[in-house]
Design a protein around this ligand. Structure first.
Ligand SMILES: [Zn+2]
Ligand SMILES: [Zn+2]
Length: 237
């Protein structure tokens, strides 16, 4: 009860300031309305893999997804991977900047449906292998997802684990990423007939999210969706 009151009074007692232009921020957000609107939001994208699509061609699924039938049922990315979003994601990942993780989580929560009918049963931040977790000290996907749990979503970071220590996907050419994460995850919680929402910071080819979705569906999950902060283009290196 007391915590709820403190939470309600916080924006009044400590009004936020925009981290980009120092103007007054929106309630509980370190951004002013103008800077928020000017972030590189993705307006129209493939519903299965979140790759940006030109708005005027009237398609909702890209040719790559029509041909490959990904395991993910749907995927949404908030932003293109460019300034200031790319820098913020790097800060969260490599500079222990948890304030920025909170900001990204708030932006994600602001764009995620609040309709209880639409809610997934489980929100699962993409797990890190324990070796990577001990090096970094935290899972950036979990830190971003915390804002969803404040909105009443059921966060369950323990129903699945990453048991294979894979190379960083960003170090590999596109063709090797699928093989790198094959059988990397195992499920440890009951998933029969459940809807799962995966959360991650950045998506490039989607190999990690699709392998996780494949594993969850094999364990009985009915539907697997994903929300990521940023989407890069397909890199053919
Ligand atoms: Zn601003
Ligand atoms: Zn697609």
């Amino acid at each position: 009860m007391v915590y709820k009151w403190i939470k309600k009074l916080q924006p009044v007692l400590f009004p936020s300031t925009c981290r980009l232009c120092r103007a007054a921020g929106l309630p509980g957000l370190e951004l002013c309305p103008t800077c928020r609107a000017e972030l590189p939001w993705i307006a129209h994208s493939c519903t299965r893999c979140a790759i940006p699509l030109p708005r005027d061609i009237g398609i909702t699924i890209c040719f790559n997804c029509i041909n490959t039938q990904p395991s993910l049922d749907s995927c949404t990315a908030l932003f293109e991977y460019r300034p200031p979003i790319d820098r913020w994601i790097q800060d969260v990942k490599f500079a222990q900047d948890l304030a920025t993780a909170h900001l990204l989580g708030e932006l994600l929560a602001g764009k995620t449906a609040v309709d209880s009918q639409e809610r997934p049963a489980i929100v699962l931040p993409v797990p890190l292998h324990r070796k990577r977790l001990s090096e970094r000290g935290y899972n950036q996907a979990l830190e971003i997802a915390r804002s969803l749990s404040e909105k009443g979503y059921q966060l369950d970071p323990t129903c699945c684990r990453r048991h294979k220590a894979t190379s960083a996907q960003s170090d590999l050419p596109a063709g090797a990423r699928k093989g790198n994460v094959r059988n990397a995850f195992s499920v440890s919680g009951p998933l029969q007939g459940r809807r799962v929402l995966l959360i991650d910071d950045v998506m490039t080819t989607g190999a990690t999210l699709n392998e996780l979705a494949r594993t969850l569906k094999k364990a009985g999950a009915e539907r697997v969706e994903a929300r990521v902060i940023a989407r890069t283009g397909h890199k053919k290196r």
